[in-house]
Ligand binder design. Structure first.
Ligand SMILES: [Fe+2]
Length: 437
């Protein structure tokens, strides 16, 4: 089966699976065609300004009130929610991990979420959590929605299928998907085992960054975002709906599939994006811009220029700058940086940061190229070089990222990460040339 998509970012989309199932000229006719129920899904307050007002109208076999019964508590102990502070003993530090191991027991996508950090406060709808997912089992009769935030999914191993109430998104490593807060979905595995990263955004929705003097093109372009066309199933068998709500999980049993939206229209919808379509902009003479130049999506915090989350990538690109230290410079940052590597090598750390790995450089903690990376970049001949086979990314937030107990105790944490800077030599000897012996 192939699934189709509509191009554009934040468009007012419309899509129907049966001819005439989408009402025209009104949202709520007295009797919608096919006996469907009309229902609004609001992603912003009704009165949000036009530029940030988001809602969709869903025409479905049953209204969502029929997709929940009485709730019972459910347990997903490795999925943590901010504030989640002080549940481990690990001291402050710069940290790096090898990939999270694949599960040995049957594990679906929701069971396979392992929280690494949380930031901000879900009750204040600020901040985020950075998770890894690992899974080897498709969700069949289980469905899920997250009231706590939207989910940005970054696959690293294996293809998956997000079967949502608004359509189906197929996703493979190199692509990302965003599932809005409240959207009901299940996850099917296309490959046997999958692994990847998730950013859970408690705050205002991710959007495209302003480009300023860059102009009307480059970076991520709106037409490369793809929203699925409507898809539904008519399945009258026992199903479950799992809900994450203010950090707790609840489950309800229903007698049918909640994926029953026959037609919909609106601008509150899931989407995917192929990172290979990102057109990087950079220095063409000397120095390099701040990494914010590689922002794909940004979630505003309410304070101008200060993101709740920036989703930034480090894609293949040409390095041409003259008389320039080309890798990322050493720095300390008020923003907190959670990095992952989808494939290849990262130019500031050629060893030790492996695909599927994670690094965490938190509020004001120093970081930068490791000693071999510094040596190489300081002595290399500065001809044009193409960085190939690389795709790292960063979830960056204005809030400190609190490490979870799972992350602190994970056996793949590299206890010697701090040593990657140990061999940086003192070059100062009082002469303008310095000591490069
Ligand atoms: Fe950094």
């Amino acid at each position: 089966m192939t699934f189709s998509y509509m191009p554009g970012f934040g468009n007012d989309f419309e899509t129907e699976t049966l001819p005439g199932s989408l009402p025209q000229g009104r949202n709520s006719p007295q009797r919608p065609a096919y006996g469907l129920y009309a229902e609004q899904l609001s992603g912003s307050p009704f009165t949000a300004p036009r530029g940030t007002n988001e809602r969709s109208w869903l025409y479905r076999i049953r209204p969502s009130v029929k997709h929940t019964g009485r709730f019972k508590p459910a347990s997903y102990p490795l999925w943590k929610t901010a504030p989640n502070v002080g549940d481990h003993e690990l001291a402050l530090g710069q940290y790096r991990w090898n990939p999270v191991p694949m599960p040995k027991e049957p594990t679906d996508f929701i069971q396979g979420i392992r929280s690494m950090t949380t930031a901000g406060d879900v009750l204040g709808q600020t901040g985020m959590a950075a998770h890894v997912y690992v899974a080897n089992t498709s969700m069949v009769d289980d469905h899920f929605f997250n009231a706590d935030g939207e989910l940005l999914i970054v696959p690293q191993v294996g293809a998956l299928r997000f079967v949502t109430e608004m359509g189906v998104i197929e996703l493979r490593p190199g692509e990302i998907a965003v599932l809005p807060r409240g959207l009901v979905f299940k996850v099917e595995l296309v490959d046997k085992e999958v692994r990847g990263y998730v950013c859970e955004n408690y705050g205002a929705k991710l959007t495209m960054p302003d480009r300023g003097p860059i102009g009307a093109n480059c970076l991520a372009n709106p037409r490369d975002f793809k929203t699925p066309c409507a898809w539904f199933e008519e399945k009258e068998t026992p199903c479950r709906l799992i809900v994450k709500w203010c950090g707790n999980f609840h489950v309800t049993e229903i007698g049918h599939s909640p994926l029953d939206v026959v037609a919909w229209h609106g601008n509150y919808a899931p989407y995917k994006y192929d990172l290979a379509t990102f057109s990087p902009v950079g220095a063409i003479l000397f120095d390099h811009p701040d990494p914010s130049i590689f922002t794909v999506l940004t979630a505003p915090s309410g304070e101008e220029g200060t993101a709740n989350i920036d989703f930034v990538i480090f894609p293949p690109r040409w390095l041409v700058a003259e008389d320039t230290f080309r890798p990322p410079w050493y720095h300390r940052n008020i923003m907190s940086e959670f990095m992952g590597l989808i494939h290849g090598q990262y130019d500031a750390k050629e060893e030790g940061f492996v695909p599927g790995g994670i690094s965490l450089h938190n509020l004001m903690l120093a970081h930068g190229p490791d000693a071999p990376g510094f040596e190489k970049a300081s002595r290399t001949e500065l001809k044009p070089v193409k960085l190939e086979d690389t795709m790292a990314f960063m979830f960056e937030t204005r809030f400190p990222q609190m490490l979870t107990r799972y992350g602190a105790e994970l056996e793949t944490r590299q206890d010697n990460y701090i040593d990657c800077w140990a061999d940086l030599k003192k070059r100062f000897n009082g002469t303008p040339e310095g000591d490069w012996s």
